[in-house]
Design a protein around this ligand. Structure first.
Ligand SMILES: [Ca+2]
Ligand SMILES: [Ca+2]
Length: 317
């Protein structure tokens, strides 16, 4: 019965996708017939791909809206959104869609509360541990620099644990060879991180799979990577082995409640991990869509809040 339900779910999903994409194509065709004679083939293909990629994002958000169960676990057969769409033919093009759950990543903007003044100590420790676990030196300095970049004030942050002020505010950023203003507000893109003191392009690339700029300070235990799980607790017993055991367990069956995580009794340090802010759902997702029509190819990216289908960010390249 379970397999049958999943198959009919899959058919429904594809029908939904086709309807959405055809709607995108109709819009595109109304435009392209007008300009067909005046455009080069390449530009016409690229324009068609543009609308298809946008349609792909719309299809992705429709798929996400269909997810109504009580947990979010990428890779679980019941989580149709996580299967994405690979090379789906539409008209004379193809479109692919990928939906990424951001709830298992550490939200860097949660280092500072939303009014821009108070540091969240739980997230601060988490970010520091992530740097340490990834073998990145000066985790304390990097974390403090991030806090000062995001917090609204101009005072260099003093870490209460070490009593050290290793961050940087306007006076540092304005004296740089290429002066910039200290943001004193939330990060808007991962590229922006390269402006923060001591953050190189390589470092940003290294942390990118584990961090997000959206959501709250809760981590979805159904989608967190081993690196993120290890960064959650100060307990040294939450080793890579312990994190891998949690991942192996959820691959058999996703955690439908946090209590279900507590039932695994073979993991050392689990009781300390359970004191951290955890959840089994995710609210924010990134939708990536690629479309190609002959030689024209475009890609679109959106960040959406599943509840209420709220769009936080959208870009087509
Ligand atoms: Ca779900
Ligand atoms: Ca600041």
């Amino acid at each position: 019965m379970k397999i049958l339900r999943q198959e009919s779910g899959m058919v429904l999903l594809l029908v939904l996708v086709v309807i959405t994409l055809l709607a995108a194509l109709v819009t595109e065709l109304a435009f392209s017939t007008l300009v067909d004679l005046r455009l080069t083939e390449t530009f016409r293909d690229s324009t068609k791909a543009y609308y298809l990629a946008k349609g792909g994002v719309r299809a992705g958000s429709s798929i996400l809206q269909r997810d109504s169960n009580s947990y979010d676990a990428p890779g679980d057969p019941a989580e149709l959104w996580s299967q994405g769409i690979a090379q789906y033919p539409v008209g004379d093009g193809v479109v692919s869609v990928r939906i990424i759950d951001l709830g298992g990543m550490i939200n860097l903007n949660a280092l500072v509360n939303t009014n821009g003044s108070n540091v969240n100590p739980t997230v601060k420790d988490r970010v520091k541990r992530l740097f340490d676990n990834l073998g990145i030196n000066e985790g304390e300095t990097l974390t403090a620099a991030l806090i000062d970049w995001i917090d609204e004030d101009d005072r260099v942050y003093i870490d209460p644990d070490t009593n050290r002020a290793t961050g940087a505010e306007a006076s540092y950023y304005l004296q740089r060879e290429k002066p910039v203003n200290c943001k004193n507000g939330p990060l808007e893109s991962l590229e922006e991180l390269q402006l923060v003191r001591e953050f190189s392009a390589e470092l940003v690339q290294r942390i990118a799979p584990y961090v997000t700029l959206y959501g709250n300070d809760k981590i979805n235990v159904n989608s967190a990577s081993a690196e993120v799980l290890m960064a959650l607790s100060a307990d040294p017993e939450i080793t890579r082995d312990a994190a891998e055991s949690i991942i192996a367990r959820r691959e058999k069956e996703p955690f439908k409640t946090i209590a279900a995580l507590a039932w695994i009794n073979s993991i050392p340090g689990l009781s300390n991990l359970l004191r951290e802010p955890l959840q089994v759902t995710s609210s924010v997702y990134r939708i990536e869509a690629w479309a190609a029509v002959n030689d024209g190819a475009r890609q679109a990216e959106a960040i959406v809040v599943k509840d209420g289908n709220q769009l936080l960010y959208f870009k087509v390249d």
